[in-house]
Design a binder for this molecule. Structure first.
Ligand code: AKG
Length: 184
C-alpha cells in the first residue's frame, strides 16, 4: 500500500459550483489484485470540497493533503511518508484496502483498480489516488485522461478562435497518457 504517492490531479476552481473534472482510467492489460492497479481513496473528493469551503483556497493537492493529514489521524497514517512502504506493504494493505472508515462524516474506502483490457473507471478528479506496487510478473498498462467540464482555466480569458461559432465547448479533454507499472 503506497504512502508517499497519494495525490489528485489538480483542476482549478471555476466560477460555478459543481463537478469541475473527471479522471478516466482505461485498462489496456489484465490487471489482477496486486498487479499495479491504481489505488483510489473513494469519497475523498468530499473532503476536498470541504477544504475549499473552509479555506476558500485553490485545492492544491500537496496543501490539501497536509491540511487533512494534520486533522485526521487515519489519513495521516495512510499517507505517512516516514513509513517503510516495502516493509509494511502487507500490513498496510490489510489495514486499508477495502476497509471503509468515516472521517469527518465522510465515508472513505481505499479501492484498487482491477479488471480486463477495455474496462473503464471514471471518478471525480478530486479523489486522492496513487500508483501501487506490482507484485506480478507482467507489466500493468493503463491510459488515463482528465476531462474538464467547461473551458479549461487557461483559455478563459483568451479570445475565441477566429471563425469559431456556437457556444464554447462543454468538455475539454487533456492529453491522455499511457502509464506503465512495471513488473516486480
Ligand atoms: O499509474 C498509476 O497507477 C497512477 C496514475 C496517476 O496517478 C495519474 O494519472 O494521476
Amino acid at each position: 500500500m503506497p504512502s508517499s504517492a497519494w495525490h489528485f490531479d489538480f483542476t482549478p476552481l471555476q466560477d460555478r459550483p459543481g463537478l469541475r473534472a473527471v479522471q478516466v482510467f482505461a485498462l489496456l492489460s489484465d490487471v489482477q489484485p496486486q498487479g499495479g492497479g491504481t489505488v483510489v481513496l473513494s469519497g475523498s473528493h468530499h473532503l476536498v470540497a470541504r477544504y475549499v469551503g473552509r479555506t476558500k483556497q485553490e485545492p492544491k493537492p500537496r496543501l490539501v493533503r497536509g491540511d487533512l493529514g494534520t486533522r485526521h489521524p487515519w489519513l495521516a497514517e495512510l499517507w505517512d511518508r516516514r513509513c517503510s512502504e516495502a516493509a509494511q506493504h502487507g500490513s498496510r494493505r490489510t489495514k486499508f484496502l477495502g476497509v471503509p472508515t468515516t472521517v469527518d462524516g465522510v465515508e472513505l474506502c481505499v479501492t484498487e483498480i482491477t479488471g480486463r483490457p477495455g474496462d473503464l473507471y471514471v471518478m471525480n478528479s478530486d479523489c486522492f489516488h496513487a500508483i501501487a506496487p506490482n507484485a506480478h510478473a507482467v507489466a500493468r498498462l493503463m491510459c488515463t485522461s482528465l476531462v474538464t467540464v467547461g473551458r479549461p482555466a487557461a483559455d478563459e480569458h483568451r479570445p475565441r478562435q477566429e471563425g469559431a461559432s456556437g457556444p464554447p465547448p462543454l468538455l475539454h479533454q487533456s492529453a491522455s497518457s499511457v502509464r506503465v507499472c512495471p513488473p516486480r
